[in-house]
Ligand binder design. Sequence first.
Ligand code: NAP
Length: 312
Amino acid sequence: MEYRLLGQTGLEVSVIGLGCNNFGGMIESLDLEGARKVVHAALDAGITLFDTSDSYGTDGGSEKALGEILGPRRHDIVLATKFASPLNPEKSSRFNASRAYIMKAVEDSLRRLKTTYIDLYQYHFPDPMTPMEETLRALDDLVRQGKVRYIGCSNFSAWQIIDADWISRHYGLHRFQTIQAEYSLLSRQAATELFPAMRRIGMTLLPYFPLASGLLTGKYRKGKPIPQGTRMSLPYFKPGLNEANLERVEKLIAFAEARGHTILELAIGWLLSQPIVTSVLIGATKPEQVQANVRSMGWRLTAEEMAELEKI
Ligand code: NAP
């Protein structure tokens, strides 16, 4: 395993992180035993970053599963979770980052995760109603209280991270160190405006959907039946298997194979060849997937290869 620093902190994390949104009954509903196998495969492979959210699974199901499975091994890893997304959208659909909401949300997450501290507490989606200063002051208090070690954000635009960073610096508050954004060979928009803003303030990226929900593993091929029991066979995800994406996947497979690699090695290697990326967050439904993903992390692309990929 290889490790990189998180944002401008002294905290090292594995370059492959385990995404835990499959745990606890939401997207692909892994039961506790299924989640246990995946978590243990990750620990055995040297993965130290585990990413979840209070909103993953039913009633905090992903956090509960992680708390249950990790036990004392919690202290061997870097635990990242998120707040602000509605837990029960039928009751309230508000994205909430008010002080009152955060103070309760953090206690609930700590209880579910069976821990006294969260390593990286991330603001999941921007709440347009709460002033950024209020959120940052509440988060700063949590860091000072020792309940949270570092803070990050997710799904923010370029202007929002610059605004937040200015407020933190102006008032001497802890700053967001990382951002989560969708970023993969099939979804590269973040590079246009977000990356220059991140470089300006020293934030690093935790890319999500790095395998485009499995499209970049090579198991979905043009003209071939969709493998059953996979994420892309679910109605919500199926539109991603469109002509344009499948064409691009075929071109990416050809690019990788011409250089003696797989598309999985290309998908992960392309991300890790960019210094702005700290750790690639990958979800898994089986331990073998975790092992395959870790085995596929070694390719560092040349500048020429990166430039060629711009055209695909
Ligand atoms: P992903 O990594 O692109 O796709 C994961 C899915 O691909 C797995 O569930 C598995 O599904 C399949 N897969 C993984 N490895 C494979 C392999 N080696 N071979 C074949 N199939 C493989 O997307 P993701 O897991 O949804 O996203 C990663 C993480 O990012 C999440 O878990 C979460 O922690 C985070 N995230 C954050 C946000 C945010 O708003 N901040 C949003 C989304 C996700 P099947 O087995 O069903 O095919």
